[in-house]
Design a protein around this ligand. Structure first.
Ligand SMILES: NC(=O)c1ccc[n+]([C@@H]2O[C@H](COP(=O)([O-])OP(=O)(O)OC[C@H]3O[C@@H](n4cnc5c(N)ncnc54)[C@H](O)[C@@H]3O)[C@@H](O)[C@H]2O)c1
Length: 365
């Protein structure tokens, strides 16, 4: 791709946890970035530092309805979808419609602009896997009618329709399967294990383990993940490609790591395991190494320290800004100094445009 002006990248779901980090990376790589989000689970605070930049534009849009974009467009990153079980169980129809109608709208936009399109799929397409670690050639073990199916099957459909566009309509598609990712800008209340553990450890409350804690997960730091998304979009592969950190840990050991790094006196408490919760989870990343020369660089201790510091600040704990250590023994239940309350905008609303479009466009081919 040769051009003397900035490439234009569109991030659907760009005000979310991963999407906002991807916007940061794309801007640092010299892209013009359009961020579209309906703020169902994302937060404007995640991208507030970017508003007003001439190379960044934020637009509140629900991709289930339509996608309103000024072209030319070079890349479309489709990250729009609730990702935490709490959110997709609260919003089953939004999740299904975003994965189906929303994905098709994203593909139509990619086709219209002849853009490279990346689908942020998930390790959940493997379900409760019988193959370990999970390789891309494994077809999965998913309960198509259980409560989690609204997410798992929406993503499986999104993969299927993306591949149909690739085969039948010549759309330039790459599928990426993301494994558990964590880092700053996760919502403390999003219900996933890591935000829950850190919030509980900081508060000195018992850490809630669902099941016996022997189920395993593999956690990837968000900076590593967005490097992988960028590499996949800039490759010629159509995937699927697993992106995740293969370092596997049991949930109980992970909780103990969080307790140690926060310096908390918290204990563990065990509760029933949710239906269809996967027993093991670990990516085989040979394909990402081979095709993208990608692998994670941030180890869990390093990533957890950065994330704990973010949560401590977000929740208003003393000592959160100490650069040397994670906040320790600050279980004062300080009032939450949240910069923004979660705005779960579940209704579709009119499109509003926030931020400015680069007057130079910077987007022409
Ligand atoms: N974080 C992970 O561990 C993980 C793991 C596997 C896959 N993924 C995938 O990566 C993507 C980003 O995940 P995340 O953790 O940042 O979640 P997130 O909930 O923080 O971000 C998703 C974003 O999509 C937006 N969105 C949802 N429906 C929309 C719609 N109809 N129209 C416009 N915007 C919409 C939300 O408001 C939010 O900003 C998701 O597609 C998710 O399925 C994430």
């Amino acid at each position: 791709m040769s051009r003397d002006i900035k490439p234009h990248s569109v991030v659907l779901g760009g005000a979310g946890f991963v999407g906002s980090h991807l916007c940061d990376l794309l801007l640092s790589e010299g892209h013009q970035v359009s961020c579209l989000d309906n703020l169902a689970t994302g937060r404007e605070v995640n991208i507030r530092h970017l508003l007003g930049r001439p190379d960044f534009n934020f637009s509140v849009q629900d991709i289930r309805d339509s996608i309103d974009l000024e072209g030319p467009v070079d890349f479309i990153y489709h990250l729009a979808s609730p990702a935490s079980p709490k959110h997709y169980l609260e919003m089953p129809f939004l999740t299904l419609e975003t994965g189906s109608k929303g994905t098709q709208n994203a593909l139509d936009a990619a086709r219209r602009f002849e853009a490279r399109y990346l689908l942020a799929s998930t390790s959940e397409v493997y379900g409760d896997p019988e193959v370990h670690p999970q390789v891309e050639t494994y077809w999965g073990h998913v309960n198509s009618i259980g409560p989690r199916s609204v997410y798992d099957e929406a993503k499986r459909y999104a993969e299927a329709v993306s591949m149909a566009y690739q085969r039948e309509r010549n759309t330039d598609v790459v599928l990426v399967r993301i494994f558990n990712t964590y880092g700053p800008r996760m919502r403390p209340d999003d219900g996933r294990a890591l935000p829950a553990f850190i919030s509980q450890a900081l508060a000195g409350d018992p850490l809630t383990i669902h099941g016996d804690g022997k189920q395993t997960r593999s956690f990837c730091y968000v900076a590593d993940l967005v490097r992988g998304l960028y590499a996949a979009a800039n490759s010629r592969s159509c995937g699927p490609i697993n992106l995740g950190n293969p370092s596997e840990v049991s949930i109980a050991d992970f909780a103990r790591e969080v307790i140690a790094l926060t310096g908390s006196a918290s204990t563990l408490t065990f509760h029933p395991r949710p239906e269809d919760d996967p027993t093991v989870r670990k990516p085989d990343i040979a394909r990402a190494r081979d095709l993208l020369a990608w692998e994670p660089k941030v180890n869990r201790e390093e990533g957890l320290k950065l994330t704990i510091q973010y949560f401590a600040e977000e929740l208003g704990y003393e000592g959160a800004r100490d650069p040397q250590t994670a906040p320790k023994r600050v279980h004062t239940r300080a009032p939450a100094a949240r910069r923004d309350r979660p705005a779960a905008e579940r209704q579709r609303g009119p499109k509003t445009f926030v931020g400015k479009r680069n007057p130079d466009g910077g987007v022409a081919r």
